[in-house]
Design a protein around this ligand. Sequence first.
Ligand code: SAM
Length: 275
Amino acid sequence: MAGTLYLVSTPIGNLEDITFRAIRILKEVDVIAAEDTRQTLKLLNHFEIKNTLTSFFRHNEDKKGEYIVSLLEEGKNVALVSDAGTPAISDPGEELVKMAIERGITVSPVPGPVAATSALIVSGLTTGRFTFEGFMPMNKRNRRERLEELKNETRTMIFYEAPHKIRYTLKDMYDAWGDRNVSLAREMTKIHEEIIRDKLSNIIEKFEIDSPRGEFVIIVEGNNEVVKENFWEDLSINEHVEYYIGQGLKSMDAMKKVAQDRGVTKREIYNQYVK
Ligand code: SAM
């Protein structure tokens, strides 16, 4: 019978955040596949876990994935761990999971810390609906496209970012989306844990004086100004025209917009609009 691939979450800072089950599974499996074996060895030593380690990182994913799946097919149980947090969330693992599922292997979660949701819950921003965006693309053009794509996103957005790129990313967000409320979760669960809740512009200014240090998750409020499609359905013609006048359009242009929205001629609106 084939073995099970366990995706084991590990702490994102504070070692007390490991679960009893994670410790047991890490002891019981035949092999632990780790993103960085030296990093994982520190964790195993701390919890006095002795087990076989093998490396599994982004650049050996294909070859190593094949090897790990062959172990599973031989009936061995394997635990996958990343450097911190939950494997397969902006970490290697996604491809291994796909490969294992394709080969009919059982994949089981051993849940625990995730930086994204930890940062979201302390942000003070809306948690009812959110979107996880991971790392922004590095390539300038792809980055610009992603920012544009997210401009009208109404859900709270979660981003990961490397410390040396955080200033650059916040500035890009400000340029693309204007001044939004943001919560920066820094060094969560560690000694220097800090949650900075402020406008993008104030945080950018702050970081011009104090360089950002440590690991960060960026939580950005969604766009509250997105106008709903067919927002005008409950408005009278007059209210609809006045809405656009209120937005700064001249009355003739406002009537033209109203006609476009309603799919009628400008004359019809002109005839019905009472100044
Ligand atoms: N798989 C991990 C998880 O479950 O959260 C994320 C791995 S990703 C390679 C690393 C990113 O997670 C960092 O660049 C940072 O954005 C975020 N991160 C990880 N630990 C953190 C912490 N203690 N405080 C703030 N952000 C953290």
